[in-house]
Design a protein around this ligand. Structure first.
Ligand code: MN
Length: 263
C-alpha cells in the first residue's frame, strides 16, 4: 500500500518550476539502493538516504558518515525524498529550499540486518524487521557502496534535550572488516557519478545536463570524448570564476579602506 501523503512535505517545500530537483513520485517497486549526497547549502552537510517503501528515507548528517566505529555522527531525519532523487547532482538555484550545490558522493545497495546478532555477528534481516527497527529507532543495515561498506546502525536519540526537535539520530559504523580508524571524509571530495569535486559542480552552469540519468534520454552525454571536452570546459569556467571572485574581494577591500580614510 502506497500512501499519497508520503512525499507531501517534499512537495510543499519546493517550487518545481524553479528547482532542477525531481518531482514527488512514490515508486511501487521495492528497491534497496542508498545514496549519500554532499550538499553545500547554508551549511555543508551530507544527506544519507535509504530506499524503503517506495521513497528515500532521509537524514541530514552535518559531519557526514564515517567508517570509524569511534565516530557517532549526528543525523537529523528530514522529509522522505522521491526515489528519483537517487542520482540528482547539480545546483539548486538561490531562493529555493536547500539552495546550493549537490554532489552524488556515494551510491550502492543496502540490506537490513537482523536486530539479533548470531555469535557476535550481524546477519541478514527481513523487510519486516527493517520496518520494525526503523519505527523503534534502532535500524541496523549493511551497505555495499563505492565508498561506504559494511555494517552500520542508525539509532534514534531518546533523551530530548532542550531545543531538540525529536528528529535526532546517530549514524554509527559497526566493527567489521570495512572499518577505517581515523576516517577523514574531506579526503574524498569526488562525485561517484561525474568524478567532479563540489567546486567543479558549482562552477558548471550546465550541471543539470551533465548529470547522468540512465532512465532518460535528454541531457545524457553520448561519447566519452564529449565528456572529456565538457570536463575541460568546466575547469576553464571554474578558473574564470575563481579569478572573478579574487577581483571582487580586492575591490571590496579597497572600498573598505577608502571608507576608513573618510571616517
Ligand atoms: Mn540536504
Amino acid at each position: 500500500m502506497v500512501f499519497s501523503m508520503a512525499l507531501e512535505e517534499y512537495k510543499r517545500k519546493r517550487k518545481f518550476e524553479q528547482t532542477p530537483e525531481p518531482p514527488a513520485k512514490v515508486e511501487s517497486k521495492a528497491g534497496h539502493r542508498f545514496v549519500v549526497q554532499k550538499h553545500d547549502a547554508t551549511r555543508l552537510h551530507y544527506d544519507f538516504r535509504l530506499e524503503m517503501d517506495g521513497v528515500l528515507k532521509s537524514w541530514a548528517v552535518p559531519k557526514g558518515p564515517s567508517l570509524d566505529p569511534a565516530d557517532k555522527r549526528l543525523a537529523m531525519q528530514v522529509e522522505d525524498h522521491p526515489v528519483s532523487y537517487f542520482d540528482f547532482e547539480g545546483v539548486i538555484p538561490e531562493n529555493n529550499y536547500g539552495a546550493g550545490t549537490v554532489m552524488v558522493w556515494d551510491v550502492g545497495t543496502w540490506q537490513p540486518l537482523s536486530p539479533v546478532p548470531v555469535e557476535g555477528r550481524y546477519v541478514s534481516g527481513t523487510e519486516a524487521e527493517a520496518a520494525a527497527m526503523l519505527a523503534k529507532g534502532d535500524l541496523k543495515f549493511r551497505l555495499n557502496g563505492k565508498k561506504l561498506k559494511g555494517d552500520f546502525a542508525l539509532v534514534k536519540m531518546k533523551g530530548r534535550r532542550p531545543g531538540s526537535k525529536g528528529n535526532e539520530w546517530l549514524l554509527i559504523k559497526k566493527h567489521d572488516d570495512a572499518e577505517v580508524e581515523g576516517y577523514d571524509i574531506d579526503e574524498y571530495d569526488e562525485s561517484v557519478l561525474s568524478k567532479r569535486s563540489l567546486a567543479e559542480i558549482a562552477g558548471d552552469e550546465g550541471s543539470r545536463e551533465w548529470r547522468s540519468r540512465p532512465s532518460s534520454g535528454s541531457g545524457k552525454l553520448k561519447a566519452p570524448w564529449l565528456a572529456d571536452a565538457v570536463a575541460r570546459l568546466d575547469k576553464k569556467k571554474l578558473e574564470e570564476k575563481k579569478a572573478e571572485t579574487k577581483l571582487s574581494v580586492k575591490k571590496k577591500q579597497k572600498t573598505r579602506l577608502r571608507k576608513r580614510k573618510v571616517s
